[in-house]
Design a binder for this molecule. Structure first.
Ligand code: NDP
Length: 273
């Protein structure tokens, strides 16, 4: 019988994960079945246990279960611990190993696929939710000149920066303090774009030679990307590469084989226009 994997979320109808992992499995000759599970809020542990009992080997975890998966795990990686959220589980007998690949996937997309080095650059992250939290350690590993976290609820950004003291040049502030500051790479890790909204970031943060990266994907030119484009930023990206790269990290963790990502990114990409 083929090994079983799945993504669990609620709602899960929109997920691209079965398509992505199906393409990875085919291209790398791995014999596995990957499905989508409509999770039940409040019953994550029961749903995960049922999947394990049926022979499940690993789960990708998406909203709203990333914190439930964190609690369900018996062992967590350092980046899952800092993120306080888990997006991949591996089952090994009684052990439940937990990882968060969102940040490494994002970093890989930026540094390798977009060929945009972070070393020595000024990096701005908008948002202090799960996606932002997951990105910070992998970003610091790239040795930026400075990493600034800005959030609507400033206390959350300050708390996050405090957790990273000693890990690198990181600080936090409110949006109004960004006036007069410029950044080489600007990441929109808020959920504003999911509602067609623009976070209150001043247009002056962008530089033409820089990168504007929208973590949401499949939405075309979001208000954030449009603003960056209007200020003359030439390099724009959405989160499709991050999505595929985090999936590849999970696939490699489960199967010991790293699949090629470019054909999958090309299949899923939506034009930014
Ligand atoms: P969370 O709900 O954990 O965090 C949301 C963040 O957005 C908070 O910091 C919140 O600020 C901020 N926010 C929401 N609305 C606004 C607004 N109108 N103006 C300013 N700030 C706002 O979300 P996630 O971290 O899980 O997701 C963030 C984004 O990342 C989403 O677009 C999601 O789709 C994307 N994502 C992409 C992935 C990929 O693979 N490409 C993977 C995971 C996420 P406050 O604290 O003040 O409420």
């Amino acid at each position: 019988m083929s090994d079983r994997y799945a993504v669990i979320g609620h709602p899960i109808g929109h997920t691209k994960s079965p398509l992505i992992h199906g393409m990875f499995a085919k291209a790398s000759g791995q014999d596995l079945v990957y499905t989508a599970i409509e999770g039940r809020p409040g019953l994550f542990a029961e749903d995960a246990a049922a999947f394990r009992a049926a022979g499940g080997r690993g789960l990708n975890v998406t909203a709203p279960f990333k914190l439930d998966a964190f609690a369900y795990a018996t062992e967590r990686s350092a980046r899952a611990s800092l993120a306080g959220a888990v997006n991949a589980l591996k089952f090994d007998g009684e052990r439940v190993l937990a990882e968060n690949f969102d940040g490494v996937g994002l970093t890989r997309d930026v540094v390798r696929n977009l060929d945009c080095a972070m070393q020595g650059k000024r990096v701005l992250v908008l948002g202090a939710g799960g996606a932002a939290r997951g990105a910070l350690l992998p970003f610091l590993e790239q040795r930026p000149a400075e990493l600034v976290i800005v959030n609507r609820t400033v206390a959350k950004a300050l708390a996050l920066a405090q957790e990273l003291v000693g890990q690198g040049p990181v600080r936090a502030c409110g949006y109004q303090e960004l006036e007069g500051q410029r950044f080489d790479l600007v990441f929109n890790a808020t959920s504003a774009s999911l509602r067609g909204e623009l976070p209150p970031v001043p247009a002056t943060v962008f530089v033409p030679h820089g990168l504007a990266y929208e973590l949401a994907y499949g939405k075309g030119l979001t208000p954030f990307l449009r603003m960056a484009q209007q200020t003359g930023v030439r390099r724009l990206a959405d989160g499709v590469g991050m999505l595929v790269e985090q999936a590849a990290e999970a696939f490699a963790w489960w199967r010991g084989v790293r699949p090629a990502t470019q054909p999958v990114i090309e299949r899923l990409a939506v034009p930014l226009a």
